[in-house]
Design a protein. Structure first.
Length: 228
């Protein structure tokens, strides 16, 4: 690796460490070389390496574990709120916009998932679907499990770009559940199961229509909340 120029050393060092992670295929949870090895590899001082690591930590690329070292993050480069939605002042408008966004994408995602799902994927989807149903029936907070359900469908596509927008889908699910106060959730049990059944049967058209109906139901529920 070439020596770094004097301009923006910490930023350049951070970029080079990212490149090392990519080139060496360091996986989530894997420990990075120690500070002195980084100094020698990058040709910069210890202070610059430390600043670079802080930059990468802010990017959710690495995790600093005190007394143990620096490790590649589990969800490298991803953050739970990538677009800063938690700062939105009008949560209802945000929920509606996210619902519309999801309606544009998730039916197609379900369609592709129906084509690619393995028996193991289907088993996992059914487990999550059943757990959401159990939690709804018992009046429990099902938001996290619902996020897992939709996240799993997206991951089944095997599309790396789709996987990058999973945080947006997760935000949409979480905000929807919070706004509806877990009310109006009964029919979700039915539409979730229809999605899983269609994926199990590898019926792309049915999966598309089932997810489309689920998205429509969510949007209608938001309208009911809006009128309260």
């Amino acid at each position: 690796m070439e020596k770094l120029e004097s301009r923006s050393l910490a930023e350049q060092a951070a970029d080079n460490i990212e490149q090392l992670i990519i080139e060496n295929r360091w996986t989530p949870g894997e420990k990075l070389p120690n500070e002195m090895d980084m100094v020698e590899n990058l040709g910069v001082g210890r202070g610059t390496v430390r600043e670079a690591i802080k930059i990468l930590e802010s990017r959710n690329v690495v995790e600093i574990r005190r007394g143990k070292g620096t490790f590649v993050c589990d969800n490298i480069g991803k953050v739970g709120d990538p677009l800063g939605f938690r700062f939105a002042s009008d949560k209802k408008k945000l929920a509606e916009d996210l619902s519309d966004f999801r309606a544009m994408l998730e039916p197609q995602i379900a369609e592709i998932a129906a084509q690619k799902a393995t028996d193991k994927d289907i088993e996992e989807l059914q487990r999550l679907c059943s757990e959401v149903e159990h939690m709804i029936i018992n009046g429990e907070n099902y938001s996290e499990r619902d996020v897992e359900f939709h996240t799993k469908i997206a991951s089944v596509t095997g599309n790396s770009v789709v996987e990058q927008i999973i945080p947006l889908i997760a935000q949409g699910v979480s905000i929807y559940v919070d706004l509806t106060n877990h009310e109006l959730a009964g029919t979700a049990v039915i539409t979730h199961q229809k999605v899983v059944d269609a994926i199990r049967n590898h019926d792309s058209d049915a999966a598309y229509e089932a997810m489309k109906a689920h998205m429509k139901e969510n949007r209608e529920n938001l309208e009911l909340v809006k009128k309260k």
